[in-house]
Write a protein that binds this ligand. Structure first.
Ligand code: ARG
Length: 449
């Protein structure tokens, strides 16, 4: 493509080092859509005849079909998807193909292709997140009233429901979706027409090209347009954070599936066995999700590091943007799909949940609240209940069986009315609290959303 200035062929090692076709081939539908829109604008401004345009269009469509069918031979001598397609087009249709690159550079071309790829990847990830939310909602609905302990510091804290716990993840995933929807606004702007860095002396209708490609507008600074990879960083950050959410869910499920907790059982289809220990049923999917979150974080850091300190405008470093992007999209796609299936198929062991929830210490805070309602300042109430807990531990008598009136005269016989899980939960009606009615209302709201 640049033979005019050179008298030596590119060294084999340089080709190997610099090729991106082994991974950027997947941009082909976007590259072809971009080229067709660009060629149409060339025709409209008289740079191509109608006949030349239709040769370009049908040639590109044939190439698209060949690539999709796995019949296209990529060459690393042609470095990337852009030059592979352009060269095949010229071989196919001759002179008209050689006109396609007028008023365009691979710099604005790759930025256009990547933005189109990101847009469709965001749309598909959004749908997959919704499916996972759906699966979580299904489980939340079935267990809106299944009480179990909520933890802080992995120590039993207060009673909540399994439904409330699942809804927490629906919330996190919804914020991930909002972030992706917001990032999409900045993704969906057309850089095509920015050329190598300074636009072109040949003016094509950038707005028309953008419209044909479904962009919401055109970039307004050619130097920024071809250097900008912020939109990839935003996506990688959102996927990293979403991975963080999935890894927390994974960790919860790993704990719940242990014999020590026993709150849940994953289906045989979503667990694996041990080659040595016949009894094992391992939550590998959860562990893999937890582990793969490391890749998602790594991909974000790779990109941020690649763009750090780069002088304007295009530098070849920027070619390092695509592998982290593709890897994060692929990793997240599979993670969301497998987690959706696994959540829908897992079993919640209601009895184990209820047994754990029957620990009267879960209601120690409610007992303090009872004292507060009797007019005792919370700090004193906290101390009095602390004394009662210490007495219960010392005397090996469960808190709900202890004679509280012996601990302090502030307690009356009525204090033990606190030890009812049903009452405790029903009292938690503040917005965001886990009463069964609240959880059901949230489920209904999410279903509508
Ligand atoms: N494969 C290149 C990339 O992904 C395309 C742009 C090449 N531009 C250049 N000036 N060498 O970044």
């Amino acid at each position: 493509m640049w033979k005019g200035r050179f008298s030596q062929a590119t060294a084999d090692l340089v080709q190997q080092y610099g090729e991106s076709i082994s991974y950027d081939w997947r941009l082909f539908p976007h590259d072809i859509a971009g080229s067709i829109a660009h060629a149409r604008a060339q025709m409209k401004s008289g740079l191509l005849t109608e006949d030349e345009f239709s040769k370009i269009e049908s040639g590109l469509k044939e190439i698209e079909e060949e690539i999709a069918a796995g019949k296209f031979e990529f060459s690393i001598e042609l470095e990337d998807i852009h030059m592979n397609i352009e060269s095949a087009l010229t071989q196919k249709i001759g002179a008209a193909g050689a006109k396609l690159h007028t008023a365009r550079s691979r710099n604005d071309q790759v930025a256009t292709d990547t933005r189109l790829y990101c847009r469709s990847a965001i749309d598909s990830i959004l749908e997959l997140i919704s499916h996972l939310q759906d699966a979580l909602l299904g489980r939340a609905d079935a267990h809106a009233g299944t009480v179990f302990p909520g933890y802080t510091h992995l120590q039993r804290g207060q009673p909540v429901t399994v439904g409330h716990h699942f809804l927490a993840y629906v919330e996190m995933l919804s914020r991930d979706k909002e972030r992706l929807i917001d990032a999409r606004k900045r993704v969906n702007i057309s850089p095509l027409g920015s050329g190598a860095l300074a636009g072109s002396t040949i003016n094509l209708d950038r707005e028309a090209i953008a419209k044909e490609l479904g962009f919401d507008g055109v970039t307004t600074n050619s130097m920024d347009a071809i250097s900008d990879r912020d939109y990839i960083a935003e996506i990688l950050f959102t996927l990293a954070l979403c991975g963080g959410h999935l890894s927390r869910l994974s960790e919860d499920l790993i704990l719940w599936c242990s014999s020590e907790f026993g709150f849940a059982t994953l289906s045989d289809a979503h667990t694996t066995g041990s080659s040595l220990m016949p009894q094992k049923k391992n939550p590998d999917v959860c562990e893999l999700t937890r582990g793969k979150t490391g890749r998602l974080y790594g991909n974000l850091i790779s990109l941020l590091t690649a763009i750090k300190g780069l002088p304007l405008t295009y530098n070849r470093d920027l070619q390092e943007d695509k592998e982290p992007l593709f890897d994060s999209i692929d990793t997240m796609t599979l993670a969301l799909r497998v987690n959706t299936e696994m959540i829908a198929a897992m079993k919640i062991n209601v009895e184990a949940c209820e047994t754990a929830a029957s620990d009267p210490l879960l209601l120690a805070t409610d007992l303090a609240d009872w004292l507060v309602k009797e007019g005792i300042p919370f700090r004193s109430a906290h101390e009095l209940v602390g004394k009662a807990v210490a007495a219960s531990v010392m005397q090996k008598i469960p808190l709900d069986k202890l004679d509280l009136t012996q601990v302090d005269s502030a307690f009356t016989a009525d204090a033990s009315s606190v030890f009812s899980l049903t009452k405790a939960l029903a009292a938690r009606t503040n917005p965001g609290a886990p009463s069964v009615e609240n959880v059901k209302a949230q489920i209904a709201r999410w279903r509508k959303t």
